[in-house]
Design a protein around this ligand. Structure first.
Ligand SMILES: Cc1cc2nc3c(=O)[nH]c(=O)nc-3n(C[C@H](O)[C@H](O)[C@H](O)COP(=O)(O)O)c2cc1C
Length: 223
């Protein structure tokens, strides 16, 4: 496939046909994804391939609490789970907000789930001493996760990077036997998508790229 086409059309698939994703295909996908960059080329990624029903149920259960809060915050117009603006939603409201099925069902129904983890013993977290949430560590694992979706696209499959279960990371560590220094980065349902999106909603360049400084003139051009 043409690279720009792949970049423009790799969407988040949450509904899948019954077609299996054989291990041979998964191997090919991971064999391409492993060329992702990581800080110091430490390649701290680990992948657990999940098909087992009870393990899926455990992952789904770990996803529910964060999904409830996500939905409750969206309902009142908040940007969910952000670390800057405190939520106005109380615990009781979150508790009675149902978890949206589209956030839970893929982990139960997709032909296969890839649990992408990262060994924090080898991740250089340059922002770990700043007084804000860390973002640098993610850069040593999410290019790999994204490469999985790009390779899956090339093979005719699709999936989603999901992170809600990370809010219950210790439950997932116990479920999968992960050591405590191995962080959960993504739970990725994967399969053959029921439909393919080709027009993804994204902001135009002028809305996020600026010249020389914050709020500088927008970078303009023609695509
Ligand atoms: C860091 C990250 C976390 C995400 N977490 C979830 C998630 O927990 N559940 C989910 O269904 N989608 C999740 N997504 C998928 C986003 O919702 C998706 O990328 C976005 O809505 C764009 O969708 P589109 O590519 O289909 O247009 C996540 C994506 C990223 C990059």
């Amino acid at each position: 496939m043409e690279l720009y086409d792949v970049m423009r059309t790799t969407f988040s698939a949450r509904e899948f046909t019954a077609d299996p994703v054989p291990d041979e295909i998964l191997f090919t996908i991971l064999d391409r994804a492993r060329f992702a960059p990581s800080g110091g080329n430490r390649q701290g990624w680990r992948v657990i391939v999940v098909r087992d029903r009870r393990t899926r149920e455990g992952l789904a259960a770990a996803t529910v609490p964060a999904a409830k809060r996500y939905a409750a915050q969206v309902q009142v117009g908040e940007s969910p789970w952000n670390t800057i603006v405190p939520t106005k939603v109380d615990a009781a409201t979150i508790e009675r907000t149902p978890a949206p099925p589209r956030l839970i069902e893929p982990v139960l129904k997709a032909p296969v789930i890839l649990v992408v983890c990262v060994d924090l013993k080898v991740v250089a977290s340059m922002d770990s001493e700043l007084e804000r949430v860390g973002v640098i560590s993610g850069a040593s694992i999410y290019p790999f996760a994204w490469n999985i979706l790009l390779a899956a696209r090339h093979e005719g499959f699709a999936g989603t990077i999901t992170t809600l279960a990370a809010a219950r990371e210790s439950a997932v560590q116990a479920l999968l036997g992960l050591p405590s220094h191995v962080a959960l980065a993504a739970v990725m349902p994967l399969g053959r998508p029921v439909k393919r999106l080709t027009r993804l909603k994204r902001k135009p360049v002028e809305e996020f790229a600026m010249l020389d400084r914050w709020n500088g003139p927008p970078l303009r051009g023609s695509a």
